[in-house]
Structure formats: C-alpha cells, structure tokens
Design a protein around this ligand. Sequence first.
Ligand code: C5P
Length: 223
Amino acid sequence: PVLSGLAGRHVLITSGPTHEPIDPVRYIANRSSGRQGHAIAAAFARAGARVTLVSGPVTIPDPAGVDVVHVESAREMLAAIDAALPADVAVMAAAVADWRMAEAQNGKIKKDGSGAVPALALVENPDILATVGRHATLRPRLVVGFAAETSNVVDNARAKLARKGADMILANDVSPERGVMGGDRNTIHLVSGEGVANWPTLSKTEVAERLVAEVARRLQPAK
Ligand code: C5P
C-alpha cells in the first residue's frame, strides 16, 4: 500500500556492519547481518518512498526497488550519506565500528616467530547518526537511530536521543540469550519525545512496517 505521507519522499538508510582494515587481509567489525536495516529499506520502498540504502558488507541481497550504495568502512559510509543528502527521513541502522586503525598497514602484518604481538593503535570513527542528527543545513525532518544494548536499554536510548540529535531511537536488548543478532525477530522499545512505546516481539519485517507507519504519522501536517 502506498501511504500518502511517504510517496516521493527521500529516505536515507544505513545498514550492516562496517569493516575497518587492519592490513590487507584483516579487519575490525561489529556483528550485524543487515537484516533489520534492509527490511526497513524494503518497507519504505513498498510505501512509495524513494530509498537510498548505504550498506556495509553483508551477505543478504539488495532489497528490490531501492538505490543501494555498497561501502566498507565508516568513513566511506559517512561520505556516501553526505553525497545522498538532502533527505526527508534518515534511519541509521548500521552497526558502525566505533574505532578504526590509526594507520592501516599497506602490507600484511607478519608473525615473526618470537611470540611478540602487534599493538593496534585505534582512533574513533565519525558518528554518522550524530552527524546527520546535528547537521547545520541538511538535517532531515526525521532522524531515527537504533540502540543495541545489553543493559539499561531504555535509559541508554534516552541519553542517545539527546546526544545524537535524533527524533526516535529504536532500542533493543541484544544480550546473546535473546537471539536478536542474525535472527529473525526483534523486541523494540521506541524512545522519542512522545515517551516510550514497548512493542511486542515482532519479525524484522514487522518492525520495519511499524517504523514506516510511525514515520508516516509524524510526517503528516498537524490537523
Ligand atoms: O552509540 P551507539 O553505537 O550505540 O549508537 C547506535 C546508533 O548510532 C545506531 O543508530 C547506529 O547506526 C548509529 N551510529 C552511527 N555511527 C557511529 C556509531 C553509531 O551512525 N559511528
């Protein structure tokens, strides 16, 4: 169904992990299948939006009806997002690596047989959600982030909302026993200026469709 509030709107989505090279054969990454972000991209496209999906390395197919930009690192993801602005809505669902190598090595780091281990000096990556949420000139009308937490899920999401300049945070408990990572289901607490809404456990497609409905409602002009 084409929701009138979304027809023709530009929606920018990040999904998947980022890979931060250590050397040509090794990298630092977060665990992320890209399933939730890709499901969100597909759901916005079904609702009639023009969708740009910036995806880190994933093994799942590109969603239908979506412009997909494939990237590897956080800095490439930010550059692709910058290039895709302006947008009406941004949903930052990628699991971006917080740190990258201060200097990635051009050649493979070799074991020298002595048992010595390399010290990896790291620097912080740009925060893509915060960059978009606090953009001076091209901030989308609605900026949505995720918070994957293993404790104090809602409190941490509230803090993130303020810190990153987001309108909504979809918080979920990713403690290993909950099976969210790579799984098909998700239990979301939607934290926004309106308060906290506790969603039932849903499939990632259902989470995406609920988010699309929330965004469509918030884009409607007040009557
Ligand atoms: O701070 P934390 O990583 O828990 O925040 C999660 C949210 O911020 C997600 O929406 C994620 O996509 C976004 N994020 C980002 N760039 C980063 C780190 C997180 O866009 N460097």
